[in-house]
Design a protein around this ligand. Structure first.
Ligand SMILES: Nc1ncnc2c1ncn2[C@@H]1O[C@H](COP(=O)(O)OP(=O)(O)OP(=O)(O)O)[C@@H](O)[C@H]1O
Length: 347
C-alpha cells in the first residue's frame, strides 16, 4: 500500500546541508499497522512527512495505493491526498470551530453538501466516542478527546492510509492506551493501513504488526514486531530493546560487582530468551547438566503479541571452567547472553 524507494531528503545546501534521510526503502502492506521508531533527530518526522509529500524528497520514489505521488502535479497531489489522512502530536484543531465543524472541515473543502457532510460526520463522531461532544470547542476537551477529533477529521475523506506523527506523545499512559485501541479498531473495522512514527517502544509493542528502526537517516532494520523484540538482527535494534526492557540491576549486586574478584569470581549474566526457551525449564536443566548453582537476581516475562520474551539477570556459581562452559552452551542453544560483570566467589 505504501512503498518508499531510495528516499533521500537533504535540508539546506552547501556546507549547511543536513541529510535527514539517506536512502530509505520501506514497504507497508495494505491493512497493516507499521511503526517507525528511532531516537530524536533520527529522521522520523521527515520520513512520515515524505509519505504525503508535506516534505518533498530530494530524490526517490513514493507510491501510495498504486499511485506514484512523486510524479504528480499540484492538482493530482491534492486529489491523491484524500486517500491519506494524518494526525499529529499536538492535534492541530481549529479552536474557533466546534468538534462537529472540525471534522466537517475537509468535507467542506471538498465542496460536499451539508446533508452529505452530516451523513459522514455523525458516524465518525460515533466511532470515535465523541457523539455527545459535537457542539463543544477544542478548549473544552481533554488531550485524548482532542486526538479523537483529529482522528475523526482525518477519516472524513475516507482515506485508505492514516499517518500518525507521534500521535500519543503528548498523552498520559492511560489515554495513550485508549487512543491506540481506537487506532487498532479503525484499522480492523475500516481496513485502514496505518503508518506511525514514535520514540516509544510501548506504542510499537502494543499496536504495530511491523516495525522499522531508523538511525541517522538510515533504516537499520525492518521486521515483524514479535521477531524484532525476540530476535533483533542488528546491534542497534538490540541496544534499543535492551534500553526499553532494561532489568534494573539490584544496588547490592552493583556494589558487589564493583569489588575485585579473586580469580574465582562468578559471572553475572543477562539472558534474553524467546518463546521456545520461555516454555522450557531452562535453569534447572542447566543446573543439573553442569552441576552448578544459578542464582536468579532479576527476571521478567514480556508478552509481545503472539511472542513471549524472557529476561533474566543471574549469577552463575561454579568454577571458572564450568561457568565458561555454561555460557558457551547457552550461546549454542540460541539464548542471547551477555556477561555484565563478576562478583567475588565465597569459596
Ligand atoms: N526544516 C529543516 N531544516 C533543516 N534541518 C532539518 C529540518 N527538519 C529537520 N531537520 C534535521 O533533520 C534531521 C532529522 O530530523 P527529524 O525531525 O526528521 O527527526 P526525528 O527523528 O523526527 O526527531 P524528533 O523525534 O526529535 O522530532 C535532524 O538532524 C534535524 O535537525
Amino acid at each position: 500500500m505504501i512503498t518508499l524507494e531510495n528516499i533521500v531528503k537533504t535540508y539546506g545546501s552547501g556546507e549547511r546541508a543536513v541529510t535527514a534521510l539517506d536512502g530509505i526503502d520501506l514497504h507497508v502492506a495494505a491493512g497493516t499497522i507499521s511503526g517507525v521508531i528511532g531516537l530524536s533527530g533520527a529522521g522520523k518526522s521527515t520520513l512520515i512527512r515524505c509519505v504525503n509529500l508535506l516534505e518533498r524528497p530530494t530524490s526517490g520514489r513514493v507510491e501510495v495505493d498504486g499511485v506514484e505521488l512523486t510524479r504528480l502535479d499540484t492538482a493530482g497531489l491534492r486529489a491523491a491526498r484524500h486517500q491519506i489522512g494524518m494526525i499529529f502530536q499536538h492535534f492541530n484543531l481549529l479552536d474557533s470551530r466546534t468538534v462537529y465543524a472540525n471534522v466537517a472541515l475537509p468535507l467542506e473543502l471538498m465542496k460536499m453538501s451539508k446533508a452529505e457532510i452530516r451523513e459522514r460526520v455523525l458516524p465518525l463522531l460515533e466511532l470515535t466516542g465523541l457523539a455527545s461532544m459535537a457542539e463543544r470547542h477544542p478548549a473544552q476537551l481533554s488531550g485524548g478527546q482532542k486526538q479523537r477529533v483529529a482522528i475523526a477529521r482525518a477519516l472524513a475523506s475516507r482515506p485508505k492510509v492514516l499517518l500518525c506523527d507521534e500521535a500519543t506523545s503528548a498523552l498520559d499512559p492511560h489515554t495513550t492506551t485508549s487512543i491506540l485501541a481506537l487506532l487498532r479498531e479503525i484499522n480492523q473495522k475500516l481496513g485502514l493501513t496505518i503508518l506511525l512514527i514514535t520514540h516509544e517502544m510501548e506504542v510499537v509493542k502494543t499496536i504495530c504488526d511491523q516495525v522499522s528502526l531508523i538511525e541517522g537517516g538510515k533504516l537499520v532494520e525492518t521486521a515483524e514486531v514479535g521477531r524484532f523484540f525476540t530476535a533483533p538482527a542488528s546491534q542497534a535494534a538490540r541496544a534499543f530493546i535492551n534500553d526499553y526492557l532494561e532489568l534494573e540491576i539490584p544496588p547490592e549486586l552493583l556494589e558487589r560487582m564493583g569489588e575485585r574478584g579473586d580469580g574465582r569470581a562468578h559471572p553475572v549474566v543477562r539472558l534474553t530468551f524467546g518463546t521456545e526457551s520461555v516454555d522450557r525449564p531452562l535453569i534447572s536443566h542447566l543446573s543439573r547438566r553442569f552441576d552448578i548453582d544459578i542464582s536468579i537476581l532479576q527476571a521478567r516475562v514480556e508478552a509481545i503479541q503472539s511472542h513471549t520474551l524472557g529476561l533474566m539477570i543471574a549469577e552463575l556459581i561454579g568454577d571458572p571452567e564450568t561457568t565458561a562452559e555454561v555460557i558457551a552452551y547457552m550461546q549454542s542453544i540460541d539464548l542471547d547472553v551477555e556477561v555484565i560483570g563478576h562478583v567475588p566467589g565465597n569459596e
